[in-house]
Design a protein around this ligand. Structure first.
Ligand code: AMP
Length: 416
């Protein structure tokens, strides 16, 4: 009998996991270097957590089920609402600003295609308790730094949902209608947007894009008041991005589909991935924590889609460190097995970050070297009785196909 997997989920073999763990550790290392501390949220929640802000329609896109007590639960589609819930109930007394991060699988009932899965991984951050341009700039910088450390070429776009909403407010549109228009923008359906809001500065604003200076163009379009103040803040944020050397494009037609955003929003897209090319999305959400019973607390965050990052690294031919051994320890004859085992053990202690594998199937030297080459080993360490008499081994550089006698005490320093 053959068992199939449900649609939209995947197995990851060891070849893929090498790359996935590399990307995950670069992201977590970068988050950590900006002072973000990791949290973990549950895999399932009460459905209400996600429908509270997005409405009951969201169920269509979720894995919803009843538990044995008849409670409506769902698998988490994203972590921001969860972190906001956790903050409201457990973390609100911690010192601000609070910098949190996570990596977790998410579940969405979507039509699977390349880059769109029903189970996928997100790595993200939430910066809680800071409302100013510095906080917005910090998150965009952090996303940019992650992309730089991964070696990925991507385009960062920034926009401002608060300004869009304020202009819709001034037109007298309520929240539901605003959400509808923002969803249309997110889908790129400008035609319907134009038909819905004919005479508004918003229509002209949607065409404003380019460098940071385009905010000056936007400032001339909007009336005095909240929208102008938000644009002034956005200008300050962009100045900070310039100071940090982050390249971005302003594009006011960019709106992110999630209903909880209230301020600056941004995304990152890569080339060569086709339709599902957005690898990161985020923005400011100042009302979400209040919605979950916490005090009104400003917050900003983003999430990377790990699966798409990995696809794009492959398409940009970026090498992802995998599980290839740094050194493969081989016995030249059976009588040195114990010493070979001990040498591997010593190397692991001296170079704990290196992958040291030992030949354990009793293969002869040639076959063992062939295996080492196929496994992508950088070095083969050939342990032979003659060299052992001199406290040495033969160290073979598998790329250069050259070998030299090296003292056992010096091997670790050769494993570059
Ligand atoms: P969102 O939570 O919708 O803002 O998405 C944040 C990031 O998660 C996106 O930029 C994508 O990289 C990734 N993502 C969202 N949905 C999926 C999916 N169904 N499959 C794979 N990645 C996804």
């Amino acid at each position: 009998m053959v068992f199939e997997r449900p649609r939209g989920v995947r197995d990851f073999g060891p070849g893929e996991m090498g790359g996935r763990l590399h990307v995950e550790s670069v992201l977590l290392g970068t988050f950590r270097s900006f002072g973000y501390r990791r949290v973990q949220t549950p895999t399932f929640e009460f459905l209400e957590l996600f429908s509270a802000k997005s409405g009951a329609d969201i169920s269509e896109h979720l894995y919803v089920f009843d538990d044995k007590g008849g409670r409506k639960l769902c698998l988490r589609p994203e972590a921001t609402a969860q972190v906001a819930r956790m903050y409201s109930s457990e973390l609100r007394n911690l010192q601000k600003p609070l910098r949190l991060c996570y990596v977790s699988p998410m579940f969405r009932y979507e039509e699977p295609q390349k880059g769109r899965y029903r189970e996928f991984w997100q790595a993200g951050v939430e910066l809680i308790g800071a409302s100013g341009p510095e906080a917005d700039a910090e998150t965009v910088c952090l996303a940019g730094e992650c992309l730089r450390r991964l070696g990925l070429k991507a385009r960062i776009r920034v926009s401002h949902i608060g300004v869009l909403r304020e202009l819709l407010n001034l037109q007298g549109l309520g929240e539901t209608e605003q959400n509808r228009i923002i969803h249309l923008l997110d889908k790129g359906d400008y035609k319907t947007v134009q038909e819905s809001i004919r005479d508004s500065p918003l229509i002209r604003l949607l065409d404003v894009r380019g460098s940071g200076e385009s905010v000056d163009v936007a400032l001339k379009l909007v009336p005095d008041g909240a929208a102008k103040r938000m644009l002034e803040d956005m200008k300050r944020t962009l100045n900070l991005l310039d100071a940090a050397g982050i390249t971005y494009e302003v594009d006011f037609s960019m709106a992110r589909g999630l209903d909880y955003y209230t301020g600056l929003v941004f995304d990152a897209k890569v080339e060569g991935l086709g339709a599902q090319n957005q690898v990161c999305g985020g923005g400011r959400y100042d009302n979400l924590i209040g919605l979950f019973g916490g005090p009104q607390t400003p917050a900003v965050g983003f999430a990377f889609g790990l699966d798409r990052l990995i696809d794009s690294m492959e398409s940009q031919s970026i090498n992802m460190a995998g599980y290839a051994p740094d050194a493969y320890v081989i016995c030249a004859s059976e009588d040195v097995r114990t010493q070979a085992f001990a040498i591997a053990d010593k190397l692991r202690k001296e170079a704990p970050a290196k992958i040291i594998e030992v030949e354990i199937l009793g293969r002869k030297l040639n076959k063992a070297l062939q295996y080492a080459a196929e496994a992508g080993a950088k070095y083969a360490i050939i342990v032979g009785a003659n060299e052992l008499k001199e406290e040495s081994v033969m160290l073979k550089d598998m790329n250069l196909q050259k070998q030299a006698k090296v003292r056992i005490s010096d091997i670790a320093s050769h494993l570059t």
